[in-house]
Design a protein around this ligand. Structure first.
Ligand SMILES: Nc1ncnc2c1ncn2[C@@H]1O[C@H](COP(=O)(O)O)[C@@H](OP(=O)(O)O)[C@H]1O
Ligand SMILES: [Mg+2]
Length: 353
């Protein structure tokens, strides 16, 4: 029990930061950005990191933060920095009480750089450490598809709170995944979901709003009678997970439906709400170390929704080793009752046994 304040602040902080990313996403989709505009994803990434760290530092000043970004590029590029400041300084939740909880506006453009750099914690086994990915699914963002704003609280190596904002997922938990979910999502109607979980308290979703928090629903993974009925989620980027190996595992499990491809931790969110069942991220490069900000929130969300999340060896993801999951390879997430069968198939396909 506990962590209700952390969940609330994290949800509101993610909601506010997502507003900023959506602004850039829609300007880009509508062709409103100047041709020479700096990468919209860069602006969204730095801006969202600054806003979220501001909220954490205001409420939990002794906590550490592992954030994906650091400010050296902005310290050199003053034009980019002021474009980002223009975005950040005006973003507010459309609800003054909620906005006040997050600590109000950032003090100045220079202070914004120092705030971004508070995300430089090395991580580790002790203490309260937030893992922040301001825009996860960079490629999805640029393609006009799925992306997510992700924040997890790790306490003594264990994820206690996970919050993920998915501006382009359908609001309705019952909407099944279609193959084009990863495609162009610039039409805003009926889209935008805020997911959260607290350890031991289950997982919930609520519509992503521009104000205070909307009412929530509990979410859970779908019961799947046998693996052949499962729907598979995987990344769009062939460089991030091995789609050939994923397909071989699906075949071994008797799955005939095509996999649904979507970027970002929206995959964890989708299976946690029963839109899809199994998420496989089989390594492409043996030396790649997964980053904790790419998995902390999603790992807890799926486990609190009745799933299991391990690496390809069946080991739980270990968030106590620093900024990366150095003790793990790949990710396998499935309903808890199916996890052993899925791991078995993964191990056969990857020749691990
Ligand atoms: N070779 C690789 N293997 C696995 N993941 C990788 C990778 N190179 C980059 N990534 C990570 O994959 C994340 C996106 O995952 P997905 O493909 O599931 O959407 C990226 O997050 P960012 O988009 O935040 O940079 C990045 O951290
Ligand atoms: Mg990421």
């Amino acid at each position: 029990m506990g962590y209700e304040k952390e969940r609330r602040i994290a949800e509101l902080a993610v909601q506010r930061a997502t507003l900023l990313t959506k602004k850039v996403f829609h300007e880009k989709a509508k062709g409103e950005l100047a041709k020479d505009d700096k990468s919209p994803v860069t602006k969204g990434d730095f801006g969202a990191q600054a806003l979220i760290i501001q909220a954490i530092a205001h409420n939990f000043p002794n906590d550490e933060i592992v954030g994906e970004e650091e400010s050296s590029e902005l310290r050199q590029d003053t034009a980019l920095r002021s474009e980002i400041w223009d975005l950040v300084k005006d973003i507010k939740l459309n609800d003054s009480a909620s906005d006040a909880l997050l600590g109000g506006p950032l003090p100045s453009e220079e202070a914004m750089l120092d705030i971004i750099d508070k995300g430089n914690s090395p991580g580790g086994p002790k203490g309260r450490i937030w893992a922040l990915d301001p825009i996860d699914g960079t490629k999805g963002f640029l393609r006009g598809g799925q992306y997510a704003v992700c924040l997890g609280l790790i306490v003594d190596g264990d994820v206690k709170v996970g919050v993920i904002g998915c501006p382009n997922l359908p609001v309705d938990d019952a909407t099944s995944l279609s193959a084009d979910i990863g495609g162009n999502q610039s039409d805003e109607e009926g889209k935008g979901v805020l997911f959260s979980a607290v350890q031991g308290e289950g997982a919930i979703s609520r519509p992503l709003t521009s104000g205070g928090l909307a009412p929530s629903n509990p979410i859970s993974m779908r019961p799947v009678p046998d693996t052949s009925k499962a729907v598979f989620c995987e990344g769009v980027e062939a460089g991030h997970s091995n789609q050939g190996d994923n397909a071989a595992v699906a075949k071994r499990l008797g799955i005939t439906a095509p996999s649904v491809r979507l970027d970002s931790q929206a995959k964890y969110c989708s299976i946690a709400r029963g839109a899809g069942d199994i998420y496989l991220r089989l390594p492409v490069r043996k030396d790649y170390q997964e980053k904790i900000w790419d998995h902390a929130a999603g790992d807890l969300l799926v486990r609190e929704a009745g799933g299991q999340v391990t690496d390809i060896y069946g080991k739980r993801l270990d968030f106590s080793k620093g900024r990366t999951l150095i003790e793990n390879k790949g990710v396998v997430a499935a309903p808890a009752a199916l996890q052993d069968q899925v791991i078995e198939a993964v191990q056969v396909v990857l020749n691990l046994k």
